[in-house]
Design a protein around this ligand. Structure first.
Ligand code: PMP
Length: 436
């Protein structure tokens, strides 16, 4: 298929060529390079509400939302004004600030699954610190993770399943020593017997099980509540800690994230994205007892020059206050459900192999007709369809993350009209992909 550009992309193309001189692959994070979709990446100039505009003047209805943080859309007035006010008083002190207290209090007052929290500056840092904490608390080394879950670029988690399912993992990135990868066991999601067998075989060695309770980095692999309950019970039984990586789901599917959505209590929760209101913030939280292992109280060291930066704390506070408005999450879920169902119904009527898994305000364009719960159920050949859909949507003014494995996000800035527009354009793009 030829991907004819009907929108101007010259300025983006020029800037991308220039960026190759500065950054590996012209980018500062790999998926941004548009390697699996058509054309150069768009250089975005500004965003307001549900839309953003690129340097060539093209305007897009945005469902990437900066990969999840922008739950209130771009340039949210409340966040913007509070941030500007904070910046006027200085941007970083390297001391405790009242803003940190206020965000900490707001979270702990409204989240029943954590008693203490520590702010860091990214999701990766949150996960890395949570792993160290789990190892510090248990005195054990090995980690159990699941295929199809992404946890940031932490060495021990850039690991794929070894050749046999019950062998320990092999590295999936150069630069991660096999000696590190060997401490990580990778299992398929949902295999309860294998989980039990692995925990039994490695009794006394495994510090923690880490899972995305709503896996949203390899498509949207919505799990059954009973699977999360199973993880909880097995973790208790085998004396390992259960970590929910809620960098995406936290404050997204509800204020209490997936823990609250499914009412399953993990031992440690990691946060990122929404918690920072569009600024670099991550966090991890747990019971007071577990968090007391962290320095300066306990022996597990973790620190950060810009941790709990007051500007970022202000943005997080302004974002989360709006999430606590009555009916906020219900409204978002309802509107996302309506959009997802309309697209899926259209596909069904026409016999297109596409369905739209969704939860809260997260959705995914899934190819095929069967429910997908594990990474190995995704057929990579279908990504050709995504490429066409992505291209068509860019031409008609809708921006999805540039990979068919990425989920989409609806924000509170998306109006009903925006969603109607998106439905029409996504359906038209499907016509091109499947009928064209
Ligand atoms: N965990 C999960 C579940 C994530 O989705 C991500 C980022 N997509 C991370 C960790 C890493 O977060 P960051 O990119 O902020 O380092």
């Amino acid at each position: 298929m030829k991907f004819e550009q009907r929108i101007p992309r010259d300025t983006s193309a020029r800037l991308f060529a220039e960026a190759q001189e500065y950054f590996p692959g012209g980018v500062n994070s790999p998926v941004r390079a548009f390697r699996s979709v058509s054309g150069p990446p768009l250089f975005i100039r500004e965003g307001h509400g549900s839309h953003m505009t690129d340097v060539d003047g093209n305007r897009f209805l945005d469902f990437c939302c900066s990969w999840g943080p922008l739950i209130h859309g771009h340039d949210n007035a409340h966040i913007r004004e509070r941030v500007i006010e904070t910046v006027r008083r200085g941007t970083s002190f390297g001391t405790p600030t009242q803003m940190g207290n206020r965000l900490g209090k707001l979270i702990l007052d409204n989240h029943r699954y954590v008693e203490r929290i520590r702010f860091v500056s990214s999701g990766t840092e949150a996960v890395m610190s949570a792993l160290r904490l789990a190892r510090g608390v248990t005195g054990k080394t090995k980690i159990l993770k699941f295929e199809g879950c992404y946890h940031g670029h932490v060495d021990q988690l850039l690991v794929k399943a070894g050749s046999g399912l019950v062998t320990f993992g092999t590295s999936s990135s150069a630069g991660v020593p096999e000696s590190v990868a060997r401490d990580t066991q990778v299992l398929p999601l949902g295999d309860r017997d294998l989980l039990e067998q692995t925990l039994t075989d490695h009794a006394g060695e495994i510090a923690c099980i880490i899972v995305e309770p709503i896996p949203a980095n390899n498509g949207l692999l919505i799990q059954d509540k009973s699977w999360l309950e199973c993880l909880r019970l097995k973790a208790y039984k085998h004396d390992v800690l259960l970590i929910f990586d809620e960098v995406i789901s936290g404050f997204r599917v509800g204020f209490e994230g997936a823990a609250g959505y499914y009412d399953v209590q993990p031992d440690i929760i990691t946060f990122g994205k929404v918690i920072g209101g569009g600024f670099p913030v991550g966090a991890y939280g747990a019971s007071k007892e577990i968090m007391d292992y962290i320095a300066p109280v306990g022996p597990v060291y973790q620190a950060g020059t810009l941790s709990a930066n007051p500007v970022a704390m202000t943005a997080g506070l302004a974002a989360l206050e709006q999430c606590l408005e009555p009916g906020f999450y219900e409204g978002m879920a309802e509107r996302t459900h309506r959009m997802a169902t309309a697209i899926a119904d259209y596909a069904t009527e026409r016999g297109y192999p596409l369905h739209v898994p969704h939860i809260g305000s997260i959705f995914w364009l899934a190819f095929g007709r069967e429910r997908i719960e594990r990474a190995d159920q995704i057929d990579p050949a279908n990504m050709e369809y995504f490429k066409i859909i992505h291209h068509e949507l860019l031409q008609t003014g809708v921006y999805l993350g540039p990979s068919g494995y990425e989920v989409g996000f609806v924000s509170s800035a998306h109006t009903d009209t925006d969603l109607q527009t998106a439905i029409a354009k996504i359906c038209a793009a499907m016509d091109v992909a499947f009928d064209g």
